[in-house]
Ligand binder design. Structure first.
Ligand code: FAD
Length: 553
């Protein structure tokens, strides 16, 4: 059997190695347009910033070492330019421009995605870069080494844009980030992104949200990044990171079906509409397990998982179905860790799926053991059954393991009640006897069972103190550091004695610092004759973070 693979990085290299493990005698060819295969594209920003010092560290395998270990015919600088799915042949162009044909029995497409580069005036100027592969990395690194780079503008605040912002800051540049949306990191909700906004400002990064680049202009040895608002940001270098789109050109030429979101359509076995042609990775769309709707998911874990699974299907005949990815992602943004899995509230809203949210704040480990850091978790779930839809976390230590545990539960159809059943390993340096995700689970369970009706920070912001009593149950001391406009302060410990200060004919929105004392106050009030009491989810911490203005230093 002759297996030919187009693209030799995440999905392609994984598939080739797996095919070899299950069939020692198959013929395997990798056709890769670039000079490298199986390299660490996720590590590129860290090499640019100097955190990864040696370029060699990026290369997990050379074409020769991979070829020898797995007995694979690796052909780098061989670009596939045509596929004849009836005749099962490929047209391939070598670096010298010469073309040749190759046959296949089974073909795999893992061509990845390409960066979006809108046709803006001046976009091809010197000093404006995108980052996708090793040649892009070399160009950026070379530019940094040969120019004095003091000011960098990063256009687009997705995960890669923010990683690049951090790394170029680490390399000594002053960073401005321009983002069209009202928040960074599109896959998380605004209240979680708000932590990142304040952290970036704290690190001296300038943040221009809801701003669109109109054109680039070379002036006095600088690049002027001209925004639609009229603002001009001068830069020595610009990094464009405004997204990627699936690489579907070959599939289109070959007449394969392209799905509704623009990725290569595949069935549950990851086989395209052309017989014996499979596709994986950034180039495909696949139904989201929670919505059933196709979506594009540009992440390394699914590409690797699909590469392994598709190898089995190519060798053994369609043997295993792919379960789909829910979008579990993480990024380090300076000292913060931001992670997400499943569906955020904004996506659920777009899809008209009824949902509820819950915000909690915990310590990464026991408060009495030194070194713990705060962690915020937001859950999204079905308001009636508690079925988990998604989770987002922001903090420093241990955010990754919490989001990973929740991802596992979401993928197995778990609910907020299941979160309370997770058995955590615990000792003070690692966690608390009630782990942050147990706290998140208990809190969300109270919301689902009606024990604790909540208001979101947005509902609290919109509340009119004439119509609603906004009750702050923190201590008087705490109110000195900020409070919600129009709130009445009665500390929770004085509440029973001061009930007559709270009107009974209006709803009461209670809040405290993070939500716990608010919950206690809610229980006191509801059992003492107040009928419409709600607690602010995540307390003043969530509210103040989400409503904090963006002020560039
Ligand atoms: P790729 O790994 O991109 O491989 C596609 C290969 O196909 C390329 O080498 C390309 O040259 C080749 N190719 C394309 N067309 C042809 C053709 N016609 N002929 C021959 N060869 C062709 N994901 C995470 O989950 N976490 C991260 O931290 C993370 N960080 C990232 C950082 C950066 C800078 C980048 C660029 C990506 C990052 N990703 C991250 C995304 C992750 O790398 C991708 O999701 C993953 O590599 C996709 O695998 P793939 O096999 O589909 O495509």
């Amino acid at each position: 059997m002759k297996h030919v693979i187009i693209g030799g990085v995440a999905g392609g290299a994984t598939a080739a190695a797996r095919i070899r493990r299950i069939d020692e005698f198959a013929e395997i060819i990798i056709l890769e347009k670039g000079k490298y295969i199986s390299y660490a594209n996720c590590g590129l920003p860290y090499y640019i910033g100097g955190i990864i010092e040696s370029r060699d560290e990026l290369f997990l395998q050379t074409p020769a070492s991979f070829g020898k270990r797995f007995n694979v015919d690796v052909r780098v600088e061989n670009t596939v330019v045509g596929i004849d799915t009836d005749g099962k042949t490929l047209t391939i162009q070598r670096a010298d421009g010469n073309k040749y044909t190759e046959t296949y029995d089974k073909l795999l497409l893992s061509p990845g995605a390409s960066p979006v580069k809108p046709p803006l005036e001046g976009i091809d100027s010197d000093g404006i870069f995108t980052l996708r592969d090793v040649p892009d990395t070399d160009r950026i690194k070379n530019y940094l080494n040969t120019h004095t780079i003091q000011k960098v503008v990063v256009v687009g605040a997705g995960f890669i844009g923010l990683e690049m912002a951090e790394n170029l800051h680490h390399a000594g540049a002053e960073i401005s980030i321009v983002e069209m949306a009202n928040q960074v990191m599109a896959p998380v909700d605004f209240s979680i992104a708000a932590h990142v906004h304040q952290h970036l400002l704290h690190k001296g990064v300038k943040l221009f949200l809801e701003q669109t680049v109109e054109r680039f202009k070379q002036k006095d040895g600088e690049i002027h990044v001209c925004l639609k608002s009229g603002k001009i940001i001068p830069a020595d270098m610009v990094l464009l990171s405004i997204g990627v789109r699936p690489e579907t050109s070959l599939a289109k030429i070959a007449g394969m079906k392209i799905g509704e979101t623009g990725g290569i359509w595949v069935n549950a076995y990851l086989e395209t509409s052309a017989k014996d042609v499979y596709a994986v990775g950034d180039a495909i769309e696949y139904p989201h397990p929670l919505t059933g709707k196709p979506w594009l998911n540009y992440l390394a874990n699914p590409a690797n998982r699909q590469g392994r699974l598709v190898a089995d299907n190519m060798v053994k005949g369609n043997a295993e179905k792919y379960e789909g990815a829910i979008g579990t992602a993480i990024a380090k943004v300076f000292d913060l860790t931001v992670a997400t899995t499943g569906l955020p509230a904004k996506r659920l809203k777009q899809l008209n799926i009824p949902y509820q949210i819950s915000n909690t704040h915990s310590g990464s480990h026991a408060g009495y053991y030194p070194g713990g850091t705060p962690m915020s978790i937001k859950l999204t779930f079905d308001p009636v059954t508690g079925k988990l839809y998604g989770a987002q976390g922001v903090g420093q230590e241990g955010v990754d393991k919490r989001i990973d545990q929740i991802a596992l539960l979401i993928k197995s159809g778990g609910s907020v009640f299941d979160l309370t059943k997770v058995e955590h390993c615990y000792a003070p340096p690692f966690s608390s006897a009630k782990d942050p995700i147990a706290i998140a689970g208990y809190t969300a369970s109270n919301v689902v069972t009606g024990q604790m009706p909540i208001v979101t920070w947005r509902e609290m912001q919109a509340a009119n103190p004439e119509e609603v009593t906004i009750l702050d149950v923190r201590t008087k001391e705490e109110t000195k550091y900020g409070k919600i406009e129009g709130s009445l302060n009665i500390p929770v410990d004085d509440l029973r004695e001061r009930l007559d200060e709270i009107p009974k004919d209006k709803p009461v929105y209670v809040y405290c610092a993070v939500g716990l004392r608010g919950y206690l106050a809610l229980k006191i009030l509801t059992q003492r004759g107040f009928s419409k009491v709600k607690n602010l989810s995540g307390g003043y911490k969530t509210f103040s973070m989400a409503t904090e203005p963006i002020i560039n230093k």
